[in-house]
Design a protein around this ligand. Structure first.
Ligand code: URA
Length: 231
């Protein structure tokens, strides 16, 4: 049996298990059984795209369960793949510093996740079929966590959530946008901001100043708009 055949059988068995436990891919299922831990477990089992054949670990995301902000990056890199945790390499350390400068952190008031839960080889951009196979995990996380705001780290994250090809220049700059998530009858609308990806800042020092201005604008938005602010 080759790898593709094995993946098909594994996926079939996962689907059968889902069906037997609670009804196949219904909205009811999302509400009835999904917890952050269940989503992480489903990610661990996932064989829905070719990246599952290459990963060392899945990277579901981490942080508090009642986050003020969900920070969304692109995809795990080598360090994240090795540890199964998001943003733990050089870019992650910079991200943590940036968040901390505006009183945000994965320990106190944020959840950190990615568009993809497995590492693309060579850290290339996620391909459309990979995004399509993976995005329902992030949607379930957002649905469950109900963050007051979304902070997209980088172009890929913002473009994917906003379903646009707009360049970064049109999305950053402290601009308030809106993420819309339809789940059955319910439509969640969540304010969304975009900042430069920390990896881009490591490559381009000149973007650090505008990135700081963008973060300050985001914090200002939180301070003046959100009842749920907890810092
Ligand atoms: N870059 C990302 O977009 N996400 C990570 O988790 C790490 C690096």
């Amino acid at each position: 049996m080759n790898a593709t055949e094995k993946a098909v059988i594994r996926s079939f068995l996962d689907t059968a298990q889902d069906y037997l436990s609670c009804g196949y891919r219904t909205e009811h299922k999302r509400e009835a059984i999904e917890t952050i831990e269940n989503i992480a477990a489903a990610i661990t089992r996932c064989r829905n795209c070719k990246l599952s054949e290459l990963r060392k670990n899945t990277v579901p995301g981490e942080g508090v369960k009642n986050p003020m902000v969900i920070v969304i990056g692109e995809a795990p890199g080598a360090d994240e793949d090795a540890q199964g945790r998001p943003f733990v390499g050089a870019a992650g350390k910079l991200l943590d510093k940036m968040l901390s400068a505006v009183n945000l952190s994965r320990e106190t008031n944020c959840f950190i996740a990615n568009i993809l839960k497995c590492r693309p080889p060579g850290n290339r951009d996620p391909e459309p079929d990979e995004r399509a196979a993976c995005i329902h995990f992030l949607e379930s996380q957002i649905y469950l966590l109900r963050p007051a705001a979304i902070l997209c780290a980088g172009r890929v994250s913002a473009q994917t959530l906003l379903q646009t090809n707009a360049p970064m220049s049109a999305m950053r700059g402290g601009k308030q946008m809106e993420y819309s998530l339809k789940m059955g009858e319910l439509v969640l609308k969540i304010p969304l901001f975009a900042i430069y990806h920390p990896s881009a800042l490591l490559r381009n020092e000149a973007w650090k100043r505008p990135a700081w201005e963008d973060l300050k604008a985001f914090r200002q938005f939180l301070d003046s708009n959100l009842q749920r602010m907890r810092t």
